[in-house]
Write a protein that binds this ligand. Structure first.
Ligand SMILES: [Zn+2]
Length: 444
C-alpha cells in the first residue's frame, strides 16, 4: 500500500474556512449528496497538498489529523482552552465546485480540562466524540450548543479525545471489519480488484454457498462510499455483509440462491485522506461512467460489472450507497422516473423499496425522492443504457439527523440495521425459493 507522502505543507491557512452548504442542486441535479459549493478561482488548496493532515501542540494539547481518515487543516489558539479549528474545503478538478463538511482529529493532553473548539459543523448539529478512539457517541446538546463550536469536558482519567463529523470509519477500519466478517462468518471470499490512484488496494467480497451450483443463482451488486465523507454508506454496507454471512436460515437462503458481490469502499484514497467528497485527484467518482478512460477507482468497478454482465449470472440488483446533507425524515432511494426510464422500471424500483420497507423498521420510506436519470454519467445510467429493466439499479442516501420516524439522532448502528434490511429485502424482491428454514425472514 502506498502511504501518501506526509509533508505537512499546510495549504493556504484556511482560517476558519466555513463554507456552508451552497448545494446548488442545479449543478448536481440528480445527485443530492450535497455539501457542494460553487467552484473557487485558482489558486486554491489542491487536495494533493494534504493540507488536512496536520499535527500541532497548543496549550499542552497535542492535536493531530495525520492518520487514516483524519482531516483538519489547522488549529490556532483563541483564548485559554479555546481553539479555532479550520476544516478542508476541497476543490473539484472538474469545475464541479467545492465540497466541505468532513473532519476527524485526535487530542491528547486534555485530562481535567474543558475545551472549546470553534469548528463549523453546519451539516450535522451533533458530531461524534470518543474518549478511547474505538467507540464513538453523538455529542450532547451541551457539548454541541450550536453549529459553530463544541465544548468538551474531560475527567482526570480522560487524557484523550477524538472528534469526528459523523460515526467514523476509515480505510483500515472498514477493511478490518470486512476481513473479520469474511474470516469468521460464512460463504465469503475476498479479492483485490485493483488499485486506486494513490495505489491503495480496492477490495471486493463475494458471498454465496459454494456447495450450491451457480446455475440460476441471482447476482446482487453493492458498492459503497463513492464519495469519501459519506460514512453512513459504510455502516449500511457492513450491516448488509453481516446479514448475508450470518449463520441463520435467512443467511443460508440468501447464499443458496444468490451470488452477492460487495465493494466495501470505492473512493479508498478519499476515505484515507479524510475528504468530504472528491477522489485524491479532485474528481467525482460518481460521474465517470461515460468516460472512455475513467479514473482507476471507476475502471476497477467497471471491469467487474462488465465481467458479471457477460457471465451466466448477470447482475439483477445493484445498490449504490451514499449519504446526503440536509435533514430528512428517513433515508431514501433515488427512484428514477419516466421519461428517463420506463413505467415498468418505476415499478421495479418501487418493488425493491417496498421490500426494504417490509424487511426492517429502520426504513419506512418516509422521505421518498425521485429524479430523471442522467443520460450517461452515473453507474445507474450505465446499467440502464446497456441492460435497461434487467438490472434494478438505485442509489441509497443516508443522512446525519434523526432515526427513522423519531427525534433521536441516528448513529452508524442505525445504518447497520438498514443494511441488514437491504439484504433481507432480497428474499421478497427476488422471490427467492423457500426451504424448510424459511420462517426466519418473517421476523423482520
Ligand atoms: Zn454521494
Amino acid at each position: 500500500m502506498y502511504r501518501c507522502c506526509s509533508n505537512r505543507a499546510v495549504g493556504a491557512a484556511l482560517s476558519f474556512v466555513v463554507l456552508s452548504l451552497f448545494a446548488s442542486r442545479g449543478a448536481v441535479a440528480d445527485d443530492l449528496c450535497g455539501g457542494v459549493g460553487p467552484p473557487r478561482p485558482h489558486p486554491y488548496t489542491a487536495i494533493s497538498s494534504n493540507a488536512q493532515k496536520t499535527s500541532t501542540t497548543l496549550q499542552g494539547i497535542f492535536f493531530t489529523s495525520d492518520y487514516d481518515n483524519g482531516s483538519l487543516v489547522s488549529v490556532t489558539s483563541a483564548g485559554t482552552n479555546t481553539f479555532n479549528c479550520s476544516i478542508l474545503t476541497e476543490d473539484s478538478n472538474e469545475g464541479l465546485g467545492t465540497a466541505v463538511y468532513n473532519f476527524r482529529f485526535k487530542m491528547t493532553g486534555v485530562a481535567s480540562k474543558t475545551i472549546t473548539l470553534n469548528i463549523t459543523h453546519t451539516q450535522n448539529p451533533r458530531p461524534f466524540i470518543s474518549f478511547d478512539g474505538l467507540t464513538f457517541r453523538r455529542m450532547t446538546s451541551t457539548e454541541a450548543p450550536n453549529t459553530s463550536k463544541v465544548v468538551l469536558t474531560f475527567t482526570a482519567a480522560q487524557n484523550f479525545g477524538e472528534v469526528a463529523f459523523y460515526d467514523p470509519l476509515g480505510y483500515a477500519e472498514i477493511h478490518n471489519r470486512v476481513n473479520q466478517m469474511a474470516v469468521s462468518r460464512i460463504g465469503a471470499t475476498t479479492e483485490v480488484i485493483g488499485q486506486s490512484y494513490q495505489g491503495r488496494d480496492m477490495w471486493m467480497v463475494t458471498v454465496t454457498d459454494p456447495a450450491v451450483p451457480a446455475t440460476n443463482k441471482k447476482r446482487v451488486w453493492m458498492h459503497a462510499r463513492a464519495h469519501s465523507g459519506e460514512v453512513t454508506a459504510s455502516w449500511a454496507m457492513l450491516g448488509f455483509l453481516n446479514q448475508i454471512t450470518e449463520d441463520s436460515a435467512l443467511g443460508r437462503r440468501l447464499r443458496k440462491n444468490c451470488i452477492i458481490t460487495v465493494v466495501p469502499t470505492e473512493n479508498v484514497d478519499g476515505v484515507y485522506l479524510g475528504l468530504t467528497r472528491w477522489s485524491a485527484q479532485g474528481m467525482d467518482p460518481e460521474r465517470q461512467w461515460d468516460k472512455p478512460t475513467p479514473i482507476n477507482e471507476v475502471q476497477n468497478l467497471k471491469n467487474k460489472v462488465d465481467l458479471f454482465m457477460a457471465s451466466a449470472n448477470p447482475i439483477k440488483v445493484a445498490l449504490n450507497l451514499h449519504s446526503t446533507v440536509s435533514q430528512f425524515n428517513d433515508s431514501f432511494f433515488f427512484k428514477h422516473l419516466q421519461p428517463s426510464v420506463t413505467a415498468n422500471f418505476e415499478t421495479i424500483q418501487q418493488n425493491y423499496i417496498d421490500a426494504l420497507n417490509a424487511a426492517t423498521t429502520y426504513f419506512d420510506n418516509l422521505a421518498p425522492q425521485t429524479s430523471q436519470l442522467n443520460a450517461t454519467i452515473f453507474i445507474e445510467s450505465y446499467f440502464w443504457n446497456n441492460w435497461q429493466e434487467n438490472v434494478m439499479a438505485m442509489t441509497h442516501e443516508g443522512h446525519y439527523y434523526y432515526r427513522t420516524g423519531t427525534t433521536t439522532y441516528n448513529t452508524g448502528a442505525d445504518y447497520f440495521e438498514v443494511g441488514k434490511g437491504m439484504a433481507a429485502a432480497l428474499v421478497q424482491y427476488l422471490n427467492l425459493p423457500a426451504d424448510s428454514e424459511v420462517s426466519d425472514w418473517q421476523m423482520y
